[in-house]
Design a protein around this ligand. Structure first.
Ligand code: HEM
Length: 423
């Protein structure tokens, strides 16, 4: 198919679905020039995306799968001090991936996530109360963003004074689209690596009960995690924990504002929150493209064969809107059942943070629809813009208005509580 536009551009992110529908129908397995100016294949049908995510013939580690020449042709340039960016478990295959994932599982347990529930409720209450006192906010900056950033930074033990710096660095990190982006981001990325090395050194000396301290102990006890892998793990948690949930909360709120019937229904039927969050994950798909894989041999998808040594992107945003699997995929159906969306990926790299992201969303959305009465967009819908991004999909801002109420007049019973939010 000719004329495939840049799929990391802001224009494409604003409404990717017409192009994805066309690709599913006419070119479901297609070779493109990606935003880093290197070749890549896109998979857009649900069946192919789901199969690719579970297929061991699609490897993640370019140093294992590709020759030096193939790497030079297909992977973007990266300076050596950023090597930890490419040694995280998201870029590794079994058995290395299995070892790293087991290790982080030891410290990032369901119990640790569940323990965060009260903290997430308190943070949400505080952010919503602050918003209510004003009557108008940028929901992205003042609600969707501070919640997951605070949670991940507290979890990792990053001091509050450093959060703004972290935000700036991770913004750079997730915006690496072109070779020029990489060059521009180098000073920020260098500072971030230096900061993380210092954080690890500090935890070695002082210990603690945060995630970094637990990972340092795991490294020291079993020497099953070397220093570079330890940094890579922290970096991955920071990056993955920053922009993804932000996009779910902001894009999900916009989806509800676009469909007032659904917004009203969620307000009236809060017990719908669990399926509603799954539907908002499907509908918005904050990670639009899964990260790259490389074919270790020729791999067939239907009648199409991708030769060995090629870079492949499974397009989650397209799979989640595939009419072969989801009835009326462009409609938001809060109680959709079944809903086998791929928003968290699938297979061995299935999102490690899914329980945390779900918990945050299950607390945030009820608070937004219930405690911000009369919620509506403060700007024309057409003026909203989306961030250019290689794999994510998210708004640049979401200005909203609602009825302002001084916080002391919000009845206690109407505020979110740990028990009340979870059916
Ligand atoms: C709505 C929020 C989120 C979405 C939509 C999301 C989505 C995803 C997806 C699609 C993958 C698989 C990528 C691939 O196979 O190429 C993934 C992996 C991962 N995610 Fe998330 N994520 C979210 C939140 C989080 C959070 C909050 C954390 C951390 C606290 C996190 C940590 C990770 C990690 C560590 C991996 C790599 C797992 C592995 O390689 O085994 N994610 N995520």
């Amino acid at each position: 198919m000719n004329n495939i536009p840049d799929i990391s551009s802001a224009q494409h992110k604003a409404n990717p679905h017409p192009l994805y529908a066309r690709l599913r129908a006419e070119a479901p397995v297609v070779r493109i020039v990606y935003s880093d100016r290197k070749p890549a294949w896109l998979l857009t049908r649900y069946a192919d995306v789901a199969a690719a995510l579970k297929d061991p013939r699609l490897g993640k580690d370019p140093f294992r799968v590709l020759s030096a020449k193939e790497r030079a042709e297909q992977t973007p340039w990266m300076p050596s001090f950023l090597r930890p960016l490419t040694t995280g478990m998201l870029d590794r295959d079994p058995p290395d991936h299995t070892r790293l994932r087991a290790l982080v599982h030891q410290v990032f347990t369901p119990r640790r996530v569940e323990d965060l529930r009260g903290r997430i409720v308190t943070l949400t209450e505080r952010l919503v109360a602050r918003a209510r006192a004003r009557g108008a906010i940028d929901l992205l900056e003042e609600l969707a963003l501070p919640l997951p950033i605070t949670v991940i930074c507290e979890l990792l033990g990053i001091p509050e004074a450093d959060w703004p710096r972290f935000r700036a660095w991770t913004n750079r990190l997730v915006e690496l689209r072109t070779p020029l982006d990489m060059v521009r981001a180098l000073p920020s990325l260098y500072m971030m690596m230096r900061y993380l090395r210092a954080l690890v050194e500090k935890r070695r000396r002082t210990g603690g009960d945060d995630l970094v301290a637990a990972l340092v102990r795991a490294e020291e006890e079993g020497s099953r995690l070397n220093e570079e892998e330890l940094l890579a793990m922290i970096l991955l948690l920071v990056a993955a924990g920053h922009e993804t949930t932000v996009n779910l909360i902001a894009s999900g709120t916009l989806a509800l504002l676009d469909d007032p019937g659904s917004l009203d229904r969620l307000r009236r039927e809060p017990e719908l929150i669990k399926p509603a969050v799954e539907e908002l994950l499907r509908f918005t798909t904050p990670v639009d493209l899964a990260t790259e894989r490389y074919t270790t041999e020729d791999v067939a998808f239907g009648e199409h064969v991708i030769p060995r040594g090629q870079r492949v992107f499974p397009v989650l945003g397209s799979a989640n809107h595939d009419e072969q699997v989801f009835e009326s995929p462009e409609r938001l159906t809060l109680d959709r059942e079944p809903n086998r969306h791929l928003a968290f990926g699938s297979g061995v790299h299935y999102c490690l943070g899914a329980p945390l992201a779900r918990l945050e969303a299950q607390v945030a959305f009820p608070a937004i629809v219930r405690d911000l009465p009369g919620l509506r967009l403060a700007v024309p819908r057409a003026s909203l813009t989306w961030k250019p991004s290689s794999i994510l999909r998210g708004l640049t801002r979401l200005p909203v208005t609602f009825a302002a109420t001084p916080i002391y007049s919000v009845p206690r019973a109407a505020r979110p509580t740990a028990a009340g939010l979870h059916p």
